[in-house]
Design a protein around this ligand. Structure first.
Ligand code: UFG
Length: 330
């Protein structure tokens, strides 16, 4: 299939580009490189450096390249930043997605796979989280993703678009050979911070909260390997092309690990000791977030291959060892 990947120079997008290429798809990446990296895009994919908000340009690109499926990753995705500067999130995520949808409508692109988030559920006591848990986003980032899911539903009803929204839990890991990985500036995610600390690139790692109602007092999350996420996108694209009717899928491993357990996994994998500081809670962090991903497993036979803490750490470590300063040092 001829596929357009927006945000294909970003973390999850660039891994998905590789999975699509491996399956024989023709891939065009559309990225404005505001947060993505040119070097994250493999040479086999065409790269168009432009903004998704440019409806005319995107429509032309879709038509010229005869695109049949759009995988939409381009977005800002920092929860804290979204609260400090919501207008940027409404512009980039909501206006950006509307522009892309409008270009797709004009170019009659039939399939659309959307990069959504577990943040649409907000804080919930329900565990594991199924797709029908009520949506109560508690931050602007989650709110923008939910608004885009609403737009998708309306575009399907009015214009016949076939779409699926994939709600990721905690994306983590890197290509098994360390050739592609996570490179955010600033970095706020737990696993990169732990590994950078283990490698001596940071002084310490802080645990945000040790008095949560969990076995060891720290937050529990469902870490899903980015290569498993990439595989899920390919399967869902095929699912839509085969006439699949479900529209939202959780992507998680269905197993939760605490912050302390992840630190322990990093100690084991790196064989290094490092400084851990017990700090206060980070506002807005729920105690436990674990997915039920039964729906996508049944619908597409998706089965995570790499989503255990040790494998995630081994692959991410390879990335940081070979790219200590991310993509810029190649
Ligand atoms: N944490 C620490 N110390 C750190 C960083 C994180 O203890 O230095 C803890 C957090 O409190 C949390 C866990 O590690 O309990 C994971 O934190 P991350 O920042 O890695 O990830 P989040 O769970 O906050 O966020 C992820 C995605 C978001 C998405 C959200 C959905 O990164 O984009 O899941 O629930 F919105």
């Amino acid at each position: 299939m001829n596929v357009l990947v927006t945000g294909g120079a970003g973390y999850i997008g660039s891994h998905t580009v590789r999975a699509l290429l491996a399956q024989g798809h023709e891939v065009t990446v559309l990225d404005n490189l505001s947060r993505g990296h040119r070097d994250a895009v493999p040479a086999e994919a065409a790269l168009c450096i432009a903004d998704i908000r440019n409806v005319e340009l995107v429509q032309r690109l879709l038509t010229e390249r005869r695109i049949e499926g759009i995988l939409h990753f381009a977005a800002h995705s920092c929860v804290g930043e979204s609260m400090e500067n919501p207008t940027v999130y409404y512009d980039n995520n909501v206006v950006g997605s509307w522009s892309l949808l409008e270009a797709g409508r004009r170019a009659a692109v039939p399939y659309f796979v959307f990069s959504s988030t577990a943040a649409v559920y907000g804080e919930t006591d329900i565990t594991p989280i199924t797709e029908d848990v009520p949506y109560k986003p508690i931050n602007v980032y989650g709110q923008t993703k939910l608004m885009i899911e609403c737009m998708l539903k309306q575009f399907e009803r009015a214009y016949g678009l076939k779409y699926a929204a994939l709600r990721y839990f905690n994306a983590a890991g890197a290509m098994p050979d360390g050739s592609c990985g996570e490179d955010h500036e600033p970095e706020t995610h737990l696993i990169p911070l732990i590994l950078q600390t283990a490698l001596g690139l940071r002084d310490h790692i802080s645990i945000y909260g040790t008095n949560y109602p969990t076995a060891d007092g720290t937050c529990i999350r469902d870490y899903i390997h980015v290569v498993d996420l990439a595989d899920a996108h390919c399967r869902v694209l095929q699912y839509l092309a085969d006439g699949g009717k479900l529209r939202a899928f959780n992507l998680g491993s269905q197993r939760g690990f605490s912050v302390r357990e992840m630190i322990e996994a990093a100690r084991k994998v790196t064989g290094r000791e490092f400084t851990v500081i017990e700090a206060s809670r980070r506002p807005g962090d729920p105690a436990v977030l674990v997915a039920s991903s039964e729906r996508i497993r049944e619908a597409t036979r998706w089965q995570p291959q790499y989503s255990d803490p040790e494998t995630i750490m081994i692959h991410a470590l390879r990335w940081y060892e070979t790219h200590p300063r991310g993509y810029e040092d190649r």
